[in-house]
Design a protein. Structure first.
Length: 324
């Protein structure tokens, strides 16, 4: 059976790290409040010359190197972002040019914090149907550029960064208990909740980029319920039991959401990869950033079953069961 297998991972963070204490100098907040409510201690913020595109290209180069794949062999780039370098063309085509790839399929996917799960699902489908044998799936964001830095309810929660995976199409066994690669994905969207998490601008409405607005408490409530449901659906679609999960690689929005989700799955906290304390919420970049960290520090190993999940603006949410 032809499946998309993760052949390598990579990530990139901006140079500048901003602590909670530094933020408390400009908005009325405290390290204690932020840590207690979210688990966040610091975040990275893009500086001059650092964009969604440059971070994405750095993450992609690292993933290609880890996979031992030449850029010229990439047939597909799917880049998830809600903060593209330009309204058009897609940031994926900018990354393509930065990597020196003359011709391939390249486009962006916009599903905010669930973007990486959407991008992975699209790439998986295209690879199974034969569009490409090697793909780059990237999540990259510079949310610092759409934050209202005077709104303490949102500006403390987000950070910038990028993560990438190289997918390679491989023929393998059908049995999901031994097969490598993307075993199942599930995606959802419910557009009725736009006003709970959105950006108050856009090319076709205000002609401006806009700033992020969020009703945090309502988002929190939806996140816990939706994530638990989609994780169950994904495991059922893969033909696997939640007890088979080696690692949960969740979207990193809030440590309390991670704890609640793990508890609902009956998964011990040691099986959850957590980066929210150091990266904050990097939207579409958070899942591949966490994955790359856990691969590089040796926690996540070949043959293990990973479950990736995310929920974001729209609302959109999704999960993927992947054996490394
Ligand atoms: N520092 C200090 N106080 C703050 C603050 C900050 N950075 N941000 C908000 N507050 C205040 C609020 O003004 C409010 O004060 P009030 O009661 O006097 O009005 C109080 O803290 C409680 O605010 P509330 O929003 O109810 O807190 P909360 O416990 O729900 O925590 C979030 C807020 C945002 C941390 C939490 O709701 C959350 O993480 N939500 C999910 C967000 C998310 O995951 N978004 C991304 C999805 S992709």
């Amino acid at each position: 059976m032809r499946r998309a297998v993760i052949a390598g991972t990579g990530s990139a963070l901006p140079k500048r790290c901003v602590t909670n204490a530094e933020l408390a100098e400009t908005v009325e907040t405290s390290d204690e409040w932020i840590v207690e409510r979210t688990g966040i201690r610091q975040r990275y913020v893009a500086g001059e010359g650092e964009t969604t595109g440059t971070l994405a290209a750095d993450a992609a180069r690292a993933a290609l190197e880890a996979a031992g794949v030449a850029a010229a062999d990439v047939g597909l780039i799917v880049l998830a972002t809600a903060t593209p370098d330009q309204t058009f063309p897609s940031t994926a085509t900018k990354v393509q040019a930065m990597l020196g790839i003359d011709d391939c399929v390249a486009f962006d996917v916009q599903a905010v914090c669930s973007g990486f799960l959407y991008a992975l699902t699209v790439a998986d489908g295209m690879m199974r149907s034969g569009t490409a044998d090697v793909a780059l799936v990237i999540g990259s964001e510079t949310f610092s550029r759409i934050l209202d830095w005077e709104d303490r309810g949102t500006c403390v929660l987000f950070g910038d960064g990028a993560g990438a995976v190289v997918l390679r199409a491989e023929d393998g066994p059908t049995d999901p208990t031994v097969a490598r690669g993307i075993l199942a994905t599930k995606l959802h969207a419910d557009g009725r909740h736009n006003e709970l998490l959105y950006v108050d601008g856009g090319p076709s409405t205000t002609g401006t980029v806009g700033k992020l607005r969020m009703k945090g408490r309502e988002v929190f409530r939806h996140a816990v319920v939706n994530l638990a449901t989609v994780l169950g659906e994904t495991m059922a679609a893969a033909g696997l039991d939640p007890a088979d999960i080696d690692w949960l690689i969740p979207h990193q929005a809030n440590a309390r959401i991670l704890e609640a989700t793990a508890k609902k799955l009956g998964l011990s906290p040691e099986r959850v990869v957590v980066t929210v304390d150091r990266h904050a919420n990097t939207s579409a970049a958070s899942v591949p950033l966490a994955l790359d960290e856990a691969v590089r520090d040796g926690r996540v190993r070949p043959g293990q079953l990973l479950v990736l999940e995310a929920m974001g603006g729209g609302f959109t949410w999704g999960a993927a069961a992947v054996r490394l």
